[in-house]
Design a protein around this ligand. Structure first.
Ligand SMILES: [Zn+2]
Ligand SMILES: [Zn+2]
Length: 265
């Protein structure tokens, strides 16, 4: 375990570097321009991101580290049963965990109780890299609690989980970003990875489009699950949720109370 101590800081480091890089590129090459309230928007999303980081550090991370340490020590779970060579075991761990998060994301849209929390992520009318951190703390804690069961079931070691997060965070910041990314490059990328063109459809106001493209890192989960969808005409996507557009819901207080109230304006 001590060999992998540096990995504990890797997800935070890649998040900070990725965010600075993407926010800079969004200023140069924005997909959608004319955003006079960009700073206020970023401050609100980052406040949620910081609250979540704090909640995870205090409540979830120590428990997950314990469970993952026990899983590795007792050689429990699917990956340990398979006894693969180390490199292949890590690739399999990344694939399995990404598949699990695809299913959890589908559940977040399907079940009303989970959607109450997840709609905070979808109510963002101006999607950019900071939207990747805009989740309700309730959703993050529910996901962390389920992780306590998934880590031993799949047999994932803590360092494999940290590698997964260090890959996932840059991918999700990139596919939320307001960067003008050429269609041709996106086509190449989305053959394997959930690209901006794919994830923008997921943030559409049209529910039929929102309920598609759940993939986190690898785009093939949506193809396998029959939930892959692209806009064939290439029209820009209108982001957000109609009932949650008003200032009341976009403030930090509104974002935090969104799961517990039904909006009528
Ligand atoms: Zn979603
Ligand atoms: Zn998203």
């Amino acid at each position: 375990m001590n060999d992998h101590d540096y990995l504990h800081h890797l997800p935070t480091l890649v998040t900070a570097c990725g965010l600075i890089l993407l926010v800079t590129i969004e200023s140069w090459l924005p997909a959608a321009g004319n955003r006079p309230r960009r700073l206020r928007h970023a401050a609100r999303n980052l406040t949620l991101g910081l609250l979540n980081a704090l909640a995870v550090a205090l409540l979830a991370a120590p428990l997950i580290a314990n469970v993952a340490g026990w899983t590795e020590g007792s050689r429990f779970g699917l990956l340990n049963l398979l006894s693969l060579p180390p490199a292949m075991a890590t690739v399999t761990a990344i694939l399995l965990f990404d598949g699990w998060l695809y299913l959890l994301h589908r559940a977040n849209h399907k079940f009303g109780f989970l959607w109450r929390f997840h709609r905070v992520h979808h109510s963002d009318p101006e999607m950019d890299a900071t939207t990747a951190l805009r989740f309700h703390t309730g959703e993050v804690l529910i996901s962390s609690a389920l992780r306590l069961a998934m880590v031993p079931l799949l047999g994932i070691a803590l360092w494999q989980l940290l590698i997964y997060e260090s890959l996932m965070l840059p991918v999700i910041m990139f596919h939320h970003s307001n960067v003008k990314f050429p269609e041709k490059a996106d086509r190449w990328l989305r053959a394997l990875i959930a690209s901006p063109a794919i994830h923008r459809v997921h943030h559409s106001r049209v529910r039929f489009e929102t309920d598609s493209n759940y993939s986190i890192i690898f785009s093939f989960w949506d193809r396998i699950g029959g939930t892959f969808q692209l806009r064939k005409d290439g029209r820009p996507v209108d982001f957000g949720l109609a009932q949650y557009d008003s200032e009341k819901w976009q403030r930090v207080r509104g974002l935090l109370t969104t799961p517990f109230q039904i909006a009528n304006s």
